[in-house]
Ligand binder design. Sequence first.
Ligand SMILES: Cc1cc2nc3c(=O)[nH]c(=O)nc-3n(C[C@H](O)[C@H](O)[C@H](O)COP(=O)(O)OP(=O)(O)OC[C@H]3O[C@@H](n4cnc5c(N)ncnc54)[C@H](O)[C@@H]3O)c2cc1C
Length: 302
Amino acid sequence: MTRICDLLSGPPRVSVELWPPRTEQAARRLEASLDRLVELQPAFASITYGAAGSTRARTHELVVELEHDRHTTAMAHLTCASHSRVELVEILRRYRNAGVENILALRGDPPLDAPDAATRGELAHAIDLVDLARSVGPFCVAVAAHPLGHPEAPDLVTDRRHLAEKLRVADFAITQFVYGAEDYLRLVDELSDLGIDKPVVPGVMPVTSPRTLERMAALSGHHVPTWLARRISAAGDDPSAVQRAGVEIATQLCEELLASGAPGLHFYTMNQFAATLEVAAALGLAPRAGDGRARQPAEPPH
Ligand SMILES: Cc1cc2nc3c(=O)[nH]c(=O)nc-3n(C[C@H](O)[C@H](O)[C@H](O)COP(=O)(O)OP(=O)(O)OC[C@H]3O[C@@H](n4cnc5c(N)ncnc54)[C@H](O)[C@@H]3O)c2cc1C
């Protein structure tokens, strides 16, 4: 078992976000994708948690499967939304008892059609869940950061202040995917001005289809920049040309992020590793197909 906080002081490595599957078919596809994790040798895989409820048990199962059967360090996402304090303690105890050491503490977004007190949950903010996790076990606790500001925040300054308070008690942050390295640098600089120097791992989402752009806007609550939409639409209707453009853009972004001192790169994979593998190989952080090992080899997962 590995605490992710202990990995972040080493050379930058790639990590991935996965979703627990919703259907049998999606589960079979994910199993096939997981076989490719060995090629990528990620520092860790983080598993999302459905604030709406449908896949919650699968988050626990997938985290435990990765840790115990696939020898991959796993981080369980957990949300305040829709839970009482007692339920959250119970979930955290199950993770602790299963030997899971890494938790991403989130507020979550209650379902839009039922934003009442019960669906919001008993804890108001992610910072409260960080404190709760600390009271249950010796977890390494990460939190979410929003480089362009959280969409509900009244302004960026207020949001940064809340993030700084949260990071003061957490171990590190993972950002919403960034469009440009300057957004990441600005976040890190502004946190530093607030006295916070904890590791902040930038999120990267390679565009693999025009639909990815819609997902990006929906997930981040911010418009996709025009330059990005233009470069993807210039690739036309050919899916492989779109993917090539997406990999090229993500590779350049990652190079800039690493050059600005990012302690790692967290890929939003949507359970497909092909684009992430290509970017990681171009960066020398994973073997190219048919190659030996990565140029800056990741340490073995354990
Ligand atoms: C890396 C990453 C992973 C994610 N994984 C998931 C997932 O698995 N499942 C899921 O449902 N969602 C996930 N999300 C989405 C996340 O739940 C939403 O963005 C949610 O709206 C905010 O979560 P948070 O943890 O940033 O909340 P918080 O840190 O609680 O912040 C939410 C809002 O409250 C404000 N705020 C914070 N503290 C205070 C305070 N003390 N007083 C007043 N206002 C305050 C903040 O400025 C912000 O506007 C993820 C997001 C990221 C970036």
